[in-house]
Write a protein that binds this ligand. Structure first.
Ligand code: SF4
Length: 119
């Protein structure tokens, strides 16, 4: 129909059902971008993984599963430090993450990530 929606939310479970492409942003920066199926099948950025882990699962069994909780402080969006803006909360952060900009790099066709570590 030649129609485009830009849908902004923190709830990736909703995004999955209405999106062709997903761009994940953290403090104003794109950290991962890929077709919707690819983001859910093969997330590579630690922040995307944390968002996916936060999706509620409506079953009794899942109530007992441990959730991944992000630790650390949210970096100030007014005066962000050099380096990856997610570094203060990232379980995989290295010293090199705090020294320069993290550009989006194509990790597979059409799938871009701003994390060179990608554990
Ligand atoms: S660049 Fe470093 S701090 Fe940022 S998401 Fe990747 S591992 Fe974590």
């Amino acid at each position: 129909m030649g129609l485009t929606y830009l849908f902004i939310t923190h709830d990736l479970s909703v995004v999955k059902h209405i999106s062709d492409e997903i761009m994940v942003m953290y403090l104003g920066k794109c950290v991962e971008k890929a077709p919707a199926e690819e983001i859910f099948r093969n997330p590579v950025h630690p922040y995307t993984k944390a968002l996916l882990a936060a999706i509620p699962i409506p079953s009794i069994e899942s109530c007992h599963k441990r959730r991944t909780l992000l630790q650390g402080e949210v970096t100030s969006p007014i005066n962000p430090k050099l380096g990856c803006r997610f570094a203060a909360r990232c379980p995989l952060a290295k010293e090199s993450c705090r020294t320069g900009e993290m550009p989006l790099v194509e990790v597979s066709p059409g799938h871009f990530s701003a994390c060179p570590v990608q554990g």
